[in-house]
Structure formats: structure tokens, C-alpha cells
Design a protein around this ligand. Structure first.
Ligand code: ATP
Length: 364
């Protein structure tokens, strides 16, 4: 096991800056997930940790040692790629054991090690097969086995599940989580899928345009996002946003929204509310009025799509399906002040100061 530390790490490809001044401390045995939109630099940062790409500036430490100029093969890391990268001409057993062959380990020891790893990953019945004779999920297990057999100090995963269908993704996600529970090895995992990040990570690093927007536990990011980007990226369905006008004591917006609260310092320009924090009520009963455009039935829950104003549509999660006759009609929306996230024009999250005596969500 080993800690990883990135100190002021930047990366340029020509004149294009892809990673900007990243500082990050990952502790021994932690499961850290890099998440962010396509092209934000997740894979580049992971490859800098691996030593597959060198940083343009800054220092990379593994277990406290400066490894900035140490080649990948000597960093004690194992990499699992989205594309599996198996050797097509070798069977599963040789694919898993190949790294040990190159280390000069004897055949009996390799065979024993391969069998134990293959058993752990439930591919011990496939040892004689070639990669082309395996399903996507089996190939990814073999790729993980190949990393595992080397007993690395750090596992690096680059979108390992994105080629798999959703059932298999869920199954493999659980197995990777179990692997981490069993091994307690430091793991860094790249995904663009925020739900994968939420379910796997001890801590999530949210990246955007090569910068860290926020680092925190899944709960911290969900309940206390630092800014609009994190608020909008973490959570499914995405947080509902609305542009508002604000003074230091009052916020008003479309649909008749009035919030008796303000902020000190920066002015609120936008608010956000998560879909599960809103109640659908009769028109006139709520704090806001909107038009119910559509209801999506997912079996165990329903999403109501409510047009607030122009192009602004909020998603409201409801447990009981609203009557179909309401579609196209006005309905009300209710929510507590405590459920409101407020943002400044630069995207920074602001904390609402409710006025003394203001009644919060009297209907709740
Ligand atoms: N070898 C390279 N040469 C030039 N530009 C590169 C190179 N590798 C990556 N980039 C650019 O760096 C940026 C970050 O790429 P990176 O692959 O790290 O993003 P990502 O967040 O992993 O994206 P995705 O989720 O789509 O895989 C992109 O704009 C990409 O085009």
C-alpha cells in the first residue's frame, strides 16, 4: 500500500494546458475516483500518476518518495484499461501470469499464483481460453487479474467498465468494491459516470478543464457542493437550477418564487434544488407555479417534468404517479428553504441567511 501526492502538477500538450496546478493527497489504502466531463483531464492525471505521461511541472510522490522522473515500471503501480489490452495470442493463464514470467518467477509458483487470482475473479474455469473466446466482462476480469497478480502498491483503473452493458457494469462495480475491501490497496479510478463514482469512492475528485473543482466524500459533494459545477455534476437526476433576482434580504424568480433570505457579500444569481427535495402540489398551494409537461414512469418512482419558465424545466421525483389529466396544466411546487442551494454569478456556492422570523416551508 502507498500514499500518492501530487504537488502543483500541470501538463501541457504543445500550447494546450490539460492539467492546471493540481494539488492532491491520497492516503494509504484509499479508494479515490476522478470524475468529470469528457476531456477534463482525468485520464491524463491518472497517467501522470502511473508514469505513462510525464508532468510538465510539479512533483509526484508515491509513499512519500519523489517519483516524478521514475519510469512506470518502477513505480509499483498496475493499470487496468477500458480496452482490456490483453495479449490476443496468449490464453487467460498466460495473460494473467505474464508479468511474473518477465520477473523470472518459476513456472510452478506462477501457476499457483495465477490459479489463486483466477479463483478470486471467477475466471478459473477459463484459463485455457484466448481473449477472443471471452465475453467483455470476462476479459475485464482477466485484465484485473493481470494487474492483481503483480501485487501492486497502487491500482489505477481507467474507465474499466465502460465497454460493458449496464447489468455487468453493476456486477463488476461490486466486485471492484469487494476487491478493495479485501486488499485495502490504494486505488485510483477514472470514470465520467458520477453514479459509479458515488458508489465506489472513499473520496471523489471532481475535475473540470484540468482543474480540481472539489475533493470530498460522496456525501460531502452531494450535500455540500462548493460550486454550481459540482452541484450540477453530482446527483442523478441533475440538480434543478433557476436564475433569480436577489437583494440582501430577498430572492425572487419565475413562477412566483419568493425566498425571504439573502447572503452577505456576493449576490445570488441562481438557485438550485434537487428533484427529491421538491413536492408536487395543487396549483396555488405551493411556493411556485409551473406547467406539468410530462411524467416518466420508472416503476418504483416517477419523474415529473415541470416547465417553470421558457426553457427552464425542473425534474421532480414523486413516489405516487400524478394523475395524467394534470399534464399540460398548472401545478404547484413546494420545497423547504433548507433545500435551496444558492450560487453567485461566478458559480461559487453562497449560504443563505434566512431573515429572523421568516417561516420556513410552513406546509412541511
Ligand atoms: N497525447 C495528447 N496530445 C494532445 N492532446 C492530448 C493528448 N492526450 C490528451 N489530450 C487532450 O487532453 C485533454 C484531456 O484528455 P483526457 O483523455 O485526459 O480527458 P478525459 O477527462 O480522460 O476524457 P474522456 O472521459 O473523454 O476519456 C483533451 O482535450 C485531450 O484532447
Amino acid at each position: 500500500m502507498a500514499s500518492v501526492s501530487l504537488e502543483s502538477v500541470s501538463k501541457n500538450f504543445g500550447t494546450h494546458t490539460v492539467i492546471q496546478n493540481v494539488d492532491l493527497q491520497i492516503i494509504d489504502g484509499e479508494f479515490v475516483v476522478f470524475v468529470g466531463p469528457s476531456g477534463c483531464g482525468k485520464s491524463t492525471l491518472l497517467r501522470i500518476v502511473a508514469g505513462l505521461i510525464s508532468a510538465s511541472n510539479g512533483v509526484v510522490r508515491i509513499g512519500g518518495d519523489d517519483v516524478t522522473d521514475v519510469p512506470a515500471s518502477q513505480r509499483g503501480v498496475a493499470f487496468v484499461f477500458q480496452s482490456y489490452a490483453l495479449y490476443p495470442h496468449m490464453n487467460v493463464a498466460r495473460n494473467i501470469g505474464f508479468a511474473l514470467e518477465t520477473l523470472g518467477m518459476n513456472r510452478a509458483a506462477i501457476s499457483e499464483k495465477v490459479r489463486s487470482v483466477a479463483r478470486m475473479l471467477k475466471v478459473d474455469h477459463l484459463l485455457e481460453r484466448r481473449p477472443r473466446e471471452l465475453s467483455g466482462g470476462q476479459r475485464q476480469r482477466v485484465a484485473i487479474g493481470r494487474a492483481l497478480v503483480r501485487q501492486p502498491e497502487i491500482f489505477l483503473f481507467d474507465e474499466p467498465l465502460s465497454n460493458l452493458d449496464s447489468d455487468l457494469r453493476m456486477e463488476m462495480r461490486m466486485e471492484i468494491a469487494k476487491l478493495h475491501d479485501d486488499l485495502q490497496t490504494t486505488m485510483i479510478y477514472v470514470t465520467h459516470d458520477q453514479s459509479e463514482a458515488m458508489t465506489l469512492a472513499d473520496r471523489i475528485v471532481v475535475l473540470n478543464h484540468g482543474r480540481i473543482e472539489q475533493v470530498g466524500t460522496p456525501k460531502e459533494l452531494y450535500h455540500s457542493p462548493d460550486n454550481r459545477f459540482v452541484a450540477g455534476f453530482i446527483g442523478s437526476p441533475r440538480m434543478n437550477f433557476l436564475s433569480v433576482q436577489a437583494t440582501s434580504t430577498k430572492v425572487t424568480g419565475p413562477g412566483g418564487l419568493v425566498i425571504d433570505a439573502g447572503t452577505e457579500g456576493q449576490t445570488i444569481t441562481e438557485i438550485g434544488i434537487r428533484s427529491e427535495a421538491i413536492q408536487l402540489v395543487k396549483a396555488g398551494d405551493g411556493r411556485m407555479t409551473c406547467v406539468l409537461e410530462r411524467i416518466e414512469d420508472l416503476g418504483h418512482e416517477h419523474f415529473a417534468y415541470c416547465r417553470i419558465n421558457g426553457d427552464v424545466i425542473w425534474v421532480v421525483r414523486v413516489n405516487v404517479e400524478p394523475p395524467k389529466e394534470l399534464i399540460g396544466k398548472e401545478v404547484g411546487l413546494n420545497f423547504r428553504d433548507a433545500a435551496i442551494f444558492a450560487f453567485a454569478a461566478d458559480g461559487k456556492r453562497l449560504i443563505l441567511n434566512r431573515q429572523a422570523g421568516a417561516i420556513e416551508g410552513a406546509w412541511q
